[in-house]
Write a protein that binds this ligand. Structure first.
Ligand code: NAP
Length: 478
């Protein structure tokens, strides 16, 4: 029998669909799962979609692959991924490629890559976005690892990846070692921010205009025809329109308001802190999920903490809807600008040499944050690959300029009415901080110098200075 060009081990929802995607694209695919039943059911249910070679043991699985072997590992992140890699290594030869397509923490990927490189193996940590459906129909793929592995692996991944409108595959070699998983992590962080911003827009519209979810679904569906067109806006309309079969109420009204998280938002925020990059939109979104899950605290505070809130005040229903749309758009630009800043900072820190424009390109289809907006980001980085912030690209300067008054009105309404919009508010504060002539950081430097002799720099002279606070308060050069 002919050998397989690619193998997939781990055939839960993601691995199964990825294997089917390879097969549907004409590749012979070796398939394996720890418990053989998943492998058999894949071949029974979908064997007619292409050529699969099923194996019950890892040894047979590896033997069914052509060299250099390309093994995609699609199992639970963490310990299970290490267990599968450890079992694979003795069976592989120099030059073979292991692709970890799970949601690994990028530092784990860096460790694994180093370890496997010392054994002569290529390790490719690859982000795969788009959920189950994306895995089957074409995900956005973010492979890291050694560039030479991309020569043989790249064409296979590009074949099964989503394609942008212009035909470009949503897959590119991101950079060495953990670059792929890092970028996938930030992608998920941006997804958190995007979802939170949409949630805040919904809440303000609902409470401000006293609308039913289905009416707000219509607003989102309309927004999806314009600049905000995206997968997340589209599914928001669908979710809001859904009626609960049991109660006849809107489904959103019977779902508990406690948002879950699997950890990639948290990882993104921790990395932002480590790199010193203010990813305030992603952080607020992650914390907003955490607050929603503080059930006991919310219970204790409800009805006890004073609101002293005002009624919503706006010119007209349509004017308020437009203000919320513009606030959402502007806040979204901030979230993406911050996410790209974080990728740039990591790329500099780890010498990954990531082309930021390529990230926008491969997120245009196949992934959860796919959006019309990403074409504009792609164009921004095409205009200037070294753009210091997405916010200063001429296109986005104009777009946000046209939104900023509405953004302020919406954040003010949120504060006055007591309807929380933490991501809208912090995004606006970030924007104002960037554009500020002077920040109160000067005072903070003074305080730091006072209690800790941490020194400061002057606006009118070179050097580092310290005031003798506990002495005669004269200034000395440090
Ligand atoms: P999952 O529930 O995360 O993992 C289940 C798979 O892992 C099963 O095949 C299971 O084998 C295998 N496994 C667990 N422990 C193992 C071990 N010690 N040794 C060998 N195999 C082991 O599956 P998933 O939802 O398909 O996700 C797979 C990966 O893709 C994860 O890293 C996930 O984070 C990532 N991902 C998921 C999505 C999504 O939408 N679900 C999207 C993007 C990325 P058995 O059947 O034998 O238990």
């Amino acid at each position: 029998m002919a050998l397989a060009q690619i193998g997939v081990t781990g055939l839960a929802v993601m691995g199964r669909n990825l294997a089917r995607n390879f097969a549907r694209n004409g590749f012979t695919v070796a398939v394996h799962n720890r418990s053989a039943q998943k492998m058999h059911s894949l071949i029974e249910d979908h064997g007619d979609e292409g050529t699969f070679i099923g194996s019950e043991s890892l040894e047979e699985f590896v033997a069914s692959l052509e060299t250099p072997r390309k093994v995609v590992v699609m199992v639970q992140a963490g310990g299970p991924t290490d267990a599968v890699i450890d079992a694979l290594v003795p069976l592989l030869d120099q030059g073979d490629i292991i692709v970890d397509a799970g949601n690994a923490l990028y530092t784990d990927t860096m460790r694994r890559e180093k370890d496997l490189a010392s054994k002569g193996l290529h390790f490719v940590g690859s982000g795969v976005s788009g959920g189950e459906e994306g895995a089957l129909l074409g995900p956005s793929i973010m492979p890291g690892g050694p560039a030479e592995s991309y020569v043989t692996l790249g064409p296979i991944l590009e074949k099964i990846a989503a394609k942008a409108e212009d035909g470009t595959p949503c897959c590119v070699h991101i950079g060495p070692d953990g670059a792929g998983h890092f970028v996938k992590m930030v992608h998920n962080g941006i997804e958190y921010a995007d979802m939170q911003l949409i949630g805040e827009a919904y809440d303000l519209l609902r409470q401000g205009l006293d609308l039913e979810p289905a009416e707000i679904a219509d607003i989102f569906a309309e927004w999806n025809q314009g600049d905000l067109e995206s997968f997340l806006i589209e599914i928001t309309a669908e979710v809001l329109r859904q009626t609960d079969a049991r109660t006849g109420k809107a489904l959103v009204d019977v779902i508990k308001d406690e948002a879950g998280q699997k950890g990639t938002g948290r990882w993104t925020v921790k990395s932002g802190l480590d790199l010193g990059v203010p990813i305030t939109g992603i952080a607020e979104a992650t914390f907003a999920r955490a607050i929603s899950s503080q059930v006991a605290q919310r219970q204790a505070a409800r009805g006890v903490l004073a609101g002293d809130a005002q009624e919503f005040a706006f010119e007209s229903r349509d004017a308020f809807i437009e203000d919320v749309r513009l606030a959402l758009y502007a806040s979204k630009v901030v979230a993406y600008a911050q996410g790209f800043d974080q990728i740039r900072a990591a790329s500099d820190e780890y010498d990954w040499d990531i082309a930021l424009g390529d990230m926008a390109k491969i997120w245009r289809e196949g992934c959860i944050i796919r959006a019309r907006f990403l074409d504009r980001i792609t164009e921004a980085f095409e205009r200037d690959a070294a753009l210091s912030s997405l916010l200063v690209d001429p296109y986005f300067v104009d777009e946000v300029a046209g939104s900023v008054a509405a953004w302020r009105r919406v954040v003010a309404q949120s504060a006055l009415t007591g309807v929380p919009a933490p991501a809208f508010a912090s995004s606006l504060a970030y924007y104002d901080s960037l554009r500020a002539e002077r920040l109160p950081a000067a005072l903070i430097q003074g305080q730091r110098d006072f209690f800790g002799a941490h020194t400061y720099k002057r606006v009118d002279a070179e050097g580092t200075f310290h005031t003798l606070w506990s002495g005669d308060r004269s200034e000395v050069e440090a």
